[in-house]
Design a protein around this ligand. Structure first.
Ligand SMILES: [Zn+2]
Length: 82
């Protein structure tokens, strides 16, 4: 199984389509069970163009942190509710 760190390491190749089918499947499987990584993927996709234009200022945008924090908060509330 792939962990979140591997997932993020492979993200660039995943989006470029240069991964082996087996690795792609493993990533898809991880995304299905790991919404924070989906949030990261979506943010990565929407900010990659921005990053290319501002190569000297690469850092995690507040938006990403916010999205993840919100998700974790909701997830925790759901778990407690159940
Ligand atoms: Zn993950």
């Amino acid at each position: 199984m792939i962990c979140c760190k591997e997932c993020i390491d492979l993200l660039h190749d995943y989006l470029e389509g240069s991964l082996a089918q087996e690795t792609r499947d493993a990533l898809d499987e991880h995304f299905r069970e790991c919404p924070p990584c989906i949030a990261f993927l979506n943010t990565y996709k929407s900010t990659s163009r921005l990053c290319r234009e501002t190569l000297h200022q690469i850092e995690i945008p507040d938006e990403v942190r916010h999205t993840l924090q919100n998700f974790l908060k909701e997830h925790k509330i759901q778990q407690e509710g159940m």
